[in-house]
Design a protein around this ligand. Structure first.
Ligand code: UGA
Ligand code: MN
Length: 244
């Protein structure tokens, strides 16, 4: 059965480099179906072309963030419209296998995909470089699950990162109301709660009982779009003319 990877992405200078890195990781993973979902009103040509070159089985979908959230000041529900579109696609097109929300900017060890492939309900593992503690993970001691370690618990029942869990497609089908809320900071918790009936005791722990880090919450620094550079100024000061 396939592994469905749901990747939210949006147009910015870092989009193609991020997706290039992720694509070239996923190219090493067998039996994978990549759902790349843009927060945009139309598909980005450069993304389509990149996807076609990979040889990966893919869907290139769009799911713009609703205007009401886009206009709001402060933190926004990033990637939520995209992920819900992915869930909708799975409900209509997938029968078995496992799905995973893989943001376009994280760093993934290909061993992670073998770990999640046999998820029966919901599996979890550590995420490195995450929150002020540098790590977000379930804690297992002498084979007993003790709880979650995360730098920002905030009353969450499941204080985990988006990159820290995978779900069985069949399990999703049995929960027709499961959905990700437009609630910044509480997307993971809201989604996992919506999988009810599902409790921490049902979690399948991977990555050697959560002792190995196989995914990192890396973040790329923001770059100015090239169009904003004043070329007149740069032509005088930053261009070295070749001599013939
Ligand atoms: C934080 C959390 O650590 C993640 O677990 C969570 O997935 C994310 O917020 C979220 O809010 O959904 P962070 O690195 O701050 O992660 O978020 P981004 O990487 O900027 O965005 C998450 C995903 O949504 C990325 O794949 C990104 O391409 C996409 N995104 C972001 C959009 O589709 N639209 C946007 O306007 C911004
Ligand atoms: Mn990120």
């Amino acid at each position: 059965p396939p592994l469905y990877i749901i990747t939210p992405t949006y147009r910015r200078p870092e989009q193609v480099p991020e997706l290039t890195r992720l694509a070239q990781t996923l190219m090493h993973v067998p039996n994978l179906h990549w759902l790349v979902i843009e927060d945009a009103h139309n598909q980005t040509t450069q993304v389509t072309e990149l996807l076609q070159r990979t040889g990966i089985r893919f869907e290139h979908l769009i799911a713009p963030m609703p205007e009401s959230y886009k206009k709001k000041k402060g933190s926004k529900p990033r990637g939520v419209s995209n992920r819900n579109k992915g869930l909708q696609w799975l409900r209509a097109n997938a029968t078995d296998g496992v799905f995973y929300f893989a943001d376009d900017d994280n760093t993934y060890d290909i061993a992670l995909f073998s770990e999640m492939r046999f998820t029966r309900k919901v599996s979890m593992w550590p995420v490195g470089l995450c929150t002020k503690f540098g790590l977000s993970t379930p804690v297992i001691h002498n084979g007993t699950f003790l709880g979650f370690y995360d730098g920002w618990v905030a009353g969450r029942k499941f204080p985990v990162d988006m990159a820290g869990f995978a779900v069985s497609v069949q399990f999703l089908h049995e929960r027709p109301n499961a959905i990700m809320p437009y609630k910044p900071g509480f997307e993971e918790d809201g989604f996992l709660r919506s999988l009810s009936p599902f409790d921490p005791k049902d979690i399948e722990f991977k990555a050697e009982n959560c002792t190995k880090i196989l995914v990192w919450h890396t973040q790329t620094k923001k770059n100015e779009p090239a169009a904003k550079v004043d070329m007149a100024k740069y032509n005088n000061t930053n261009v070295v003319k070749l001599r013939s």
